[in-house]
Every structure is written in structure tokens, then in C-alpha cells.
Design a binder for this molecule. Structure first.
Ligand code: DGL
Length: 226
């Protein structure tokens, strides 16, 4: 494998760009090929079989471009098919998952909200993540239908987006959450709007920086870091 080869990054749409941005900041020597499946977005309400099929097709394309590593910049696809992609590919595969553990470790009220797609929240991988979180922390799942569509449409702060955010975020804050985990790669595009809705003192956690750090480690081990 050539260290000068590009890194493949994919998502159902533009959400994974929030991960690509972190990779570019932390690993400026790397070239990225970004695949956003905007023709078939969203993945969040599709069947497991469909998400597996779409992801396999994208990975096949990325492989044809000669990538040295694959980043699944989609919580939904990671939850559903990270294991099968890892088994299939002989290169580093790094996924993304809601930052439940960092959130649970740092909350002061002992209550965190996890904003993600219905599919991610219903996955066995997410259930496992919750099962290993400290028992004294209350984790409130918050599926956010429609929010991803606002991002795809570039509606970062329109009345419709703000109304949806009030519907999803206000109950979390009212329940006492001081930490909101952004469990979908589209949502960091709405960080400002979410902060505005949640009010001061609420912490947002985006796992993208941790994904970039993990990628760096995974490339470093086999001498593939550029
Ligand atoms: N950006 C994706 C994620 O992180 C999913 C959005 C969707 O396609 O529903 O889960």
C-alpha cells in the first residue's frame, strides 16, 4: 500500500464533510476522496440490507480509486455495517459512533441527550454502547427526523429548522441534560442553531476530532501516514 494514496471518506450525503474537515485539519498531508451519496440520502430510515448494499457499492468505488483507508463518516452506516466492511477490506477502516462515553464521563447533571437517526438509535451497536456507559448517567435518546434534510438543503437557520430544533432540543434541556451528543455527522452543521436553542451552559459533543485522531493512529501503525 502506497502512503501517497488518498483516503476515502463517505456518508449518505454532505454530513461526512464535518469529519473530512477535521481530517484535513489534523492530517494536512493527506489527500481525500469524498463520496456523498446525495442521490440516495437519507440512510437513516432505510433497511439494514439497503444500507449494507449502498455502503458496499461506495466502498467498491473508493477501492477503484486506489484508497489506502476508508472512513465511514456516517453514524448510521457505521452502526449497521462497520463490521462487515472491516472483514472485507484489507486496509484501515475507521467508523464513527455517538460520543456517549465521553458525554457520560463529563456531564455534571448526570443527564445527556443523544441526537441521532432512528436507525442509529435502534442499532445493536448503540445498545451496546449504552450498556457500557456509567449506570448512574441517564441517557435520553432523541431521534431527529427531518433534521438531516435541513442540512442537505443548506437550511442551517431557517424558521423550519429552528422549529424542528425547538421540538427536539428543548425537551432534552427541560429534562436536565447539560450535554448533547451529536450522533449524526450532519448535525455539526447546525451547532450554532442548536446552541441558540439549548441556551448557555449546554455542551455539544461532536466525535469528528476523535475520528481524525483514530485515523492518524491507524495510518501510523503500518507506516501509511503522509
Ligand atoms: N450523516 C448520517 C449519520 O451520521 C446519516 C444521515 C442520514 O442519511 O439519515 O448518521
Amino acid at each position: 500500500m502506497d502512503r501517497n494514496a488518498p483516503i476515502g471518506v463517505f456518508d449518505s450525503g454532505i454530513g461526512g464533510l464535518t469529519v473530512a474537515r477535521e481530517i484535513m485539519a489534523q492530517l494536512p498531508g493527506e489527500r481525500l476522496i469524498y463520496f456523498g451519496d446525495t442521490a440516495r440520502v437519507p440512510y437513516g430510515n432505510r433497511t439494514k440490507e439497503t444500507i449494507i448494499r449502498f455502503s458496499a457499492q461506495i466502498v467498491r468505488f473508493l477501492k477503484s480509486q486506489g484508497v489506502k483507508a476508508v472512513i465511514i463518516a456516517c453514524n448510521t452506516a457505521t452502526a449497521v455495517c462497520a463490521e462487515s466492511l472491516r472483514a472485507e477490506l484489507s486496509m484501515p477502516v475507521v467508523g464513527i459512533e455517538p460520543a456517549v462515553l465521553p458525554g457520560a464521563r463529563t456531564t455534571r447533571t448526570g443527564i445527556i441527550g443523544v441526537m441521532a437517526t432512528t436507525k442509529t438509535l435502534a442499532s445493536a451497536k448503540y445498545r451496546h454502547l449504552k450498556s457500557i456507559a456509567p449506570k448512574e448517567v441517564r441517557i435520553i435518546d432523541c431521534p431527529c427526523p427531518g433534521l438531516m434534510d435541513c442540512v442537505e438543503a443548506g437550511e442551517f437557520r431557517t424558521p423550519h429548522t429552528m422549529a424542528l430544533l425547538r421540538e427536539y432540543v428543548e425537551p432534552l434541556v427541560e429534562a436536565g441534560a447539560d450535554t448533547l451528543v451529536l450522533g449524526c455527522t450532519h448535525y455539526p452543521f447546525l451547532s450554532d442553531a442548536i446552541r441558540l436553542t439549548a441556551g448557555p451552559g449546554i455542551r455539544l459533543i461532536d466525535p469528528a476530532p476523535a475520528v481524525a485522531r483514530q485515523l492518524k493512529r491507524r495510518l501510523d501503525e503500518p507506516g501509511l501516514l503522509n
